[in-house]
Design a protein around this ligand. Structure first.
Ligand SMILES: [Zn+2]
Length: 258
């Protein structure tokens, strides 16, 4: 199932609103706010909720469509709900609505994130190979390792090595949650002498036609991450690759020869 993130909408024939409700973080607050929205008969096009238990506030934010109300109407009606601390309502301009309320974008652990199109990111990476050949691949691999080590350290601190080792296939699904690839399996041989990860529809290789395995950034990322998790230098090879017609990209990690 796809995960949609509201960024912008455009249709000159329609009127959209972005509604951001700051709610009391107590049971029933969201239900009560949703009842108000339901009562207004708004067409919800996409939404998200977030909660800050320390600050005892929650947020519901959505893109909605409606031809009848003004932003002031909606703000007044939504603000009347006792569960709503504050209501921000932004109206589209000639059918164009962009999220101008939320910044920064963050993962649900609070780490700041940026979003970019997967195709554009893949083209950026491919350009390194097109311009600099195998030297470009080495750079991509190093960039991947740098990011992989950083993310690996973050999750090592949060989960601990024992948990990661015992639940590798679940933990590797991080890549899927981030939209990089779908995890078709992750296996480790006894003693962690060999770890394999099967990746379907990897953003780096999707839509590419190549005679040799194409992944350098993701391959480096897995290498950096597993090196941190296992506490010993690992090396990652991509044997199967969708760019050369295989069903999945298959990454195999083994300890780096001394
Ligand atoms: Zn591949």
């Amino acid at each position: 199932m796809r995960k949609d993130v509201n960024v912008c909408l455009f249709d000159p024939a329609r009127k959209y609103f972005q509604i951001v409700l700051e709610l009391e973080n107590v049971p029933g607050a969201l239900k009560s706010a949703m009842e108000v929205i339901h009562g207004l008969d708004l067409n919800i096009l996409g939404s998200f909720t977030s909660a800050d238990s320390a600050a005892r506030v929650g947020v519901w934010s959505g893109f909605v469509e409606d031809g009848e109300y003004t932003a002031q109407d909606l703000k007044r009606k939504l603000g009347a709900s006792p569960a709503v601390h504050d209501a921000i309502v932004m109206e589209s301009n000639n059918g164009f609505l962009v999220d101008s309320v939320h910044f920064p974008v963050a993962f649900n652990n609070g780490t700041r994130a940026i979003m970019m199109g997967a195709g554009a990111a893949a083209n950026m990476l491919s350009t390194m190979n097109e311009r600099f050949g195998t030297g470009g691949n080495v750079i991509l691999h190093e960039e991947g390792k740098t990011y992989g080590r950083e993310l690996g350290r973050e999750y090592l601190l949060r989960l601990g090595a024992d948990f990661i080792m015992a639940n590798l296939e679940d933990v590797v699904k991080l890549y899927q949650a981030l939209g990089w690839f779908r995890v078709e399996g992750a296996k480790a041989a006894p003693g962690w002498e060999r770890v394999s990860v099967r990746a379907a529809d990897s953003f780096e290789c999707a839509g590419v036609e190549a005679k040799v395995p194409h992944s350098h950034f993701v391959r480096g990322h897995l290498e950096g991450m597993l090196t941190v998790w296992l506490g010993k230098p690992m090396e990652c090879r991509e044997a199967l690759c969708i760019a050369k017609g295989d069903e999945v990209c298959e990454f195999t990690l083994t300890p780096r020869a001394p």
